[in-house]
Design a protein around this ligand. Structure first.
Ligand SMILES: [Zn+2]
Length: 492
């Protein structure tokens, strides 16, 4: 009724949840949550009027009462089950007893096999946590959402990640993203309507539901693209450890089969991250006001999704602070692919010596060896005291983008003669002089198979001084060099 002109009925049914634990609508919701593999979230709260600042001066006196966080009054969830069906729920948090919802919601936020989707959801989570805490007590907040995938990152991935070196600073609204990717226009008129007024209007319910619903559609596009690219990349690629590996059959025909559980698990491993609320996130502080004033007006006053810590100051290898000028990294197990890419462009990139290193071991290693820890693991970023000079959170999702991001952030100089100058398997360096075919054959005995198809080509062989792996300049080697030259902006 609010937006008659632009609203064909939405392509989905909405379940409005207003009852307590014994009501059919809440039990329907809880049942769907228990069966869900992917859940998209959004939340609404009453927009708070901010006083216009008397002047632009940050030093203006603090308000007499400490600012309070807004109360979330509507929570939207769109659930995708194992069988692919989706259901959309609009939960009226002013009607549903929060104690009846809290245990399942917290479980869902932390359940490792369920992927959570959101659009800059951290701010929603802060407010949601404050809302539950205010109603139920301080043990009833939410500390984290993991695994989580932010639709902003998905959007940039879908918009030609191969051209993106870093995520642009601009902030797109969800409406813009839906328009661009799905050709769907979301009404913005109700965004700032009073979400604490009851009953909610039909228009409000529809608007609220569509925000969560379309996140799943965007995820579907992402999943399609990921699966197409993985099929292609099984033969050509930046899979750096394959360009010289004799075990790779030149034209592998093995397609990637999309079996739901395994496939989702692989997306979770490769692309997801987590939102972790710290104590300072969950307090309304006057210092927040400063951040908020920078926000673009169409972003629902949500803070930019950003748990990251920007790099500051010289890295430990910087010659101005007595380093040797040679960049050195340690990549945690979640970004081993990046380690291999860095090695391909000649950068020293170690990986942890065991599969499940303790954070303490990683930190010891970087101290001892003067490395920077590259990670996407939120757990490691808790070590705030290290964050500004020895740990860097990699923001990009794909190896190639991650490489570009690290090169850019640390201003690494990559020259053509350093490409492929390091063992991609173990980070070792190569022997000084190349081996002849005969020497290579000898060195490979009982260890590595040199395919006979390269016998009559006049190739040089290089041996890793650490692990003895042999490398040669085959076709795949040249393809890889070409690709890395374009990633690193080296002109021919
Ligand atoms: Zn090696």
């Amino acid at each position: 009724m609010e937006d008659p002109a632009r609203a064909p009925p939405p392509p989905f049914a909405v379940h409005l949840v207003t009852g307590g634990s014994s009501s059919p609508d809440l039990s329907h919701l809880l049942h769907s949550l228990a069966a869900a593999r992917i859940v998209a979230f959004d939340a609404e709260w009453k927009p708070r009027r901010r006083r216009a600042p008397a002047n632009g001066d940050d030093a203006s006196p603090a308000p007499p009462n400490p600012p309070q966080l807004p109360t979330v009054t509507v929570l939207q969830l769109s659930c995708r089950s194992e069988h692919g069906g989706s259901e959309v729920f609009v939960v009226d948090l002013l009607a549903v007893p929060l104690a009846d919802l809290w245990p399942q919601l917290r479980d869902l936020f932390e359940r490792p096999e369920v992927l959570k989707l959101g659009f800059r959801f951290k701010q929603d989570l802060v407010y949601l946590s404050a809302t539950f805490t205010a109603a139920l007590g301080c043990d009833y907040g939410f500390q984290k959402v993991e695994p989580f995938l932010d639709v902003t990152n998905v959007y940039y991935y879908l918009k030609g990640h191969d051209r993106q070196k870093r995520l642009p600073k601009e902030t797109k609204s969800l409406a813009t993203i839906c328009e661009e990717l799905l050709n769907v226009s979301l009404s913005k008129e109700l965004q700032c309507s009073d979400w604490s007024c009851r009953p909610l209007s039909e228009g409000q319910i529809r608007y609220a539901a569509s925000d969560a619903y379309y996140l799943l559609d965007i995820f579907d596009l992402f999943q399609q693209k990921v699966s197409t690219e993985e099929k292609c990349s099984s033969t050509t690629d930046l899979n750096s450890d394959e360009f010289c590996s004799p075990t790779v059959v030149e034209c592998s025909s093995s397609g990637y089969s999309i079996c739901s559980a395994g496939y989702l698990a692989s997306i979770i491993v490769k692309y997801s991250e987590g939102i972790l609320l710290t104590e300072s996130d969950t307090k309304a502080r006057s210092s927040r006001r400063k951040e908020k004033q920078k926000l673009p007006t169409d972003s629902k006053y949500k803070e930019k999704f950003d748990c990251s810590i920007e790099w500051q100051g010289p890295p430990p290898w910087d010659q101005s602070i007595g380093g040797d000028g040679l960049p050195k990294f340690l990549c945690d197990v979640m970004i081993e692919g990046l380690a291999k890419h860095l090695r391909c462009v000649g950068i020293d990139a170690a990986t942890p010596s065991c599969r499940k290193p303790q954070p303490r071991e990683l930190l010891n290693q970087i101290y001892k060896e003067g490395r920077i820890l590259l990670t996407r693991d939120m757990k490691l970023l808790k070590y705030q005291y290290l964050a500004t000079n020895q740990v860097y959170k990699v923001k990009s999702l794909l190896k190639r983008d991650q490489l570009a991001e690290v090169i850019d952030t640390f201003q690494l100089k990559i020259s053509e003669d350093r490409l492929m100058s390091r063992c991609t398997k173990c980070n070792g360096s190569f022997i000084q002089k190349p081996l002849t075919l005969d020497e290579a054959m000898e060195a490979s005995k009982g260890f590595q198979v040199i395919p006979s198809c390269i016998f009559n080509r006049d190739l040089e062989f290089w041996k890793c001084t650490d692990c003895n792996q042999l490398y040669w300049e085959g076709t795949q080697y040249h393809n890889a060099v070409q690709k890395f030259m374009s990633v690193c902006n080296i002109s021919e």
